[in-house]
Design a protein around this ligand. Structure first.
Ligand code: URA
Length: 216
C-alpha cells in the first residue's frame, strides 16, 4: 500500500472518529498536514477555534508565529509535517484530558510510523510528555535526545510565546538551532553510508547508520 493510501485512510478515520466526547463538540477534526516524506514533524497540543473551523493545524495566531519560527530555521510550512496530540478541539481550548489523549494515541502513533521523520519537535507540554514524562520544559527545551532511532527536541508552545516576551526569545533561539541539528544528522548519515560502502567494498566490518552520537 502506498503512503498516500495509508494517509488517506488514516485521515478519513480521524475525520469520522467518535472515540471520545470531543467528537460531539468539534466542527472539523484536524488530522494534520504536510509531505508524507517530511524529515521534520511538529506536534502541537490540540486544535483551537480557527483550526476547528478550517480542519487544518496551526492556522490561527500561534500558527502565524509557527510560520515565522519555521522561516527563521530555514524551513517552510510546505516542507514539514504538522499535527497535534489531539485531533479535535477541546471546548474553550481547555487542556486535553488523559482519556482524550489515550483515545487519540493510536492516530499519532500511526502518523509517526507513516511519516517516519528524522526529527520530531514537540510544541508544548502535552506532546513533550509523550517522550519526556515528568520532565520540566524549562529544563529540557531545545535539547536533542535520540529516542527510537530519531531525534526529539522539546520546545515551548508558540501560543505561550505569544503572551510572554522572554519565552518568545527562547523559542526563537531554539528554532534557530534546528538547521544545525539537521545538518549534524545529515553529516552522520553521510559518514555512516560512506563507512558502509567502504566496508562492503573491502569486506571489512563498518559502522552502521544507527551509530549516532548525541549532542545537547
Ligand atoms: N495550538 C495547537 O497546539 N495546535 C494547533 O493546531 C493550533 C494551536
Amino acid at each position: 500500500m502506498s503512503r498516500e493510501t495509508v494517509a488517506d485512510s488514516l485521515y478519513a478515520r480521524v475525520r469520522e472518529c467518535d472515540l471520545c466526547p470531543l467528537a460531539r463538540t468539534r466542527t472539523h477534526a484536524v488530522p494534520g498536514e504536510g509531505p508524507l516524506t517530511a524529515e521534520v514533524m511538529f506536534i502541537g497540543e490540540a486544535p483551537g477555534m480557527n483550526e476547528d473551523r478550517q480542519g487544518r493545524p496551526f492556522v490561527g495566531q500561534a500558527g502565524q508565529l509557527l510560520n515565522e519560527l519555521l522561516a527563521s530555521a530555514g524551513l517552510t510550512r510546505e516542507g514539514v509535517y504538522i499535527c497535534n496530540v489531539l485531533k479535535c478541539r477541546p471546548p474553550n481550548n481547555r487542556d486535553p484530558l488523559p482519556g482524550e489523549i489515550d483515545a487519540c494515541r493510536d492516530y499519532l502513533d500511526e502518523q509517526i510510523a507513516l511519516i517516519d521523520p528524522r526529527l520530531i519537535v514537540t510544541l508544548g507540554r502535552f506532546s513533550m510528555a509523550r517522550w519526556f514524562p515528568g520532565q520540566s520544559i524549562s529544563r529540557i527545551h531545545g535539547k536533542v535526545r535520540e529516542i527510537d532511532g530519531r531525534m526529539v527536541v522539546p520546545m515551548y508552545h508558540p501560543a505561550a510565546a505569544l503572551h510572554q516576551q522572554s519565552l518568545r526569545e527562547t523559542i526563537i533561539h531554539d528554532f534557530e538551532a534546528l538547521p544545525a541539528i539537521l545538518e549534524h544528522w545529515r553529516a552522520e548519515r553521510a559518514s555512516a553510508a560512506a563507512a558502509e560502502a567502504f566496508a562492503s567494498a573491502t569486506g571489512t566490518i563498518g559502522a552502521t547508520s544507527s551509530q549516532m552520537r548525541l549532542f545537547e
